[in-house]
Design a protein around this ligand. Sequence first.
Ligand SMILES: [Zn+2]
Length: 379
Amino acid sequence: MAVHVSTDAQGRRRIRFTRRTFNTHFHPRNREEDARFETAGPFQFQRYHRGIGIGNLGEPVRTAERALWWYQMVKRYADECGFPRFEFYVAPVINDETTPEDIYELADLPFVRGIKTLPWGGTTGAHAGGISNFFADRFRACLQAAQDINRSGTRFNWYVHAEWPDQRIPPVLREPMFVPTLGHYGESLPDLPISVEHVSKREMIAFVRAGKGRFGGGLTSHHIRVTTHMADGDDFLKCMPYPGNPSDAEAVLEAMLSGEPWWYLGTDDAPHLKHGHKLRQDGKPPASGVFSGPCELEEIVATFARHDRLEHLEDFVCINGARQNDLPDAVDGTVEFVEEPYEVPDEIATRDGNAMVPYRRGEMLAFRLAVDAAGRALI
Ligand SMILES: [Zn+2]
């Protein structure tokens, strides 16, 4: 269960994944609306064989019809970019109006492995797609439908953005406040797989761990490092769940490196246009989301290497997420990283004259993606 580690002729360490890499949470956006996905997509296709797209578009992906439209859009673009192998999965975002019938329809699509919930009003796209009451009868019926689907043999997750939907509560407290809700559904719906997305606070780390596999936990590359203080001072680090204290970041890092089978990579790569991030004159907050695609897997590889835990790297990036989503463990991966300084660009231009600002802009990382003579990733 380990990456392949070697030293090349120039004496550089090379780390190659032997299994399919899997980003269980990213935001591909709508290509018909703006140029974000056109710019951000290839960073994903070059690094991952598999990805789950979160459907909180301007007009959310909620119905089977729209899920199919989005699936085809992303697959077509992956083809155009030269990555026809890319396996794309859609996480439709349900809301207070969604019915159990909608859930059954979505589950008929082979590329839908679950449904996503967002806290009402709590993050980008949540106004149109959020759940306001996690104990409403209709919502409970939707989760019961999801459990029934599992009982009839199809793996179907509840992907939870686990924050309590109350705008009066300080952002850093919303994730810990959601723990009892997860505890309730974890017990009352024992056959519903629950994936807690982008776990960011030590209370939730402890909760997922105590479940010993009852819950899966997605982890990002930015929650191991960014704190409340850092995000307060930098619009490009603002994301939901809002980064916590240094002790929260340490807990996420420790979980990531632990080798425990319930943690997996879900980077929450969320490309925003530069102007969308500037503090707005109308008093509204800047868009939440970190554009980590250009460096997130580099960060993860460097982190496991620095802490001498490379033996757990494939579990975290390939195996555990595949298990959570019932995908086969495929041993034909080839993504490779070279231990060589890599400077993250300050910004990346989009076709329509705007720009996107990547996570760790202008900083030097220890590993870069290996490419062939033509500049193509070895995927
Ligand atoms: Zn997200």
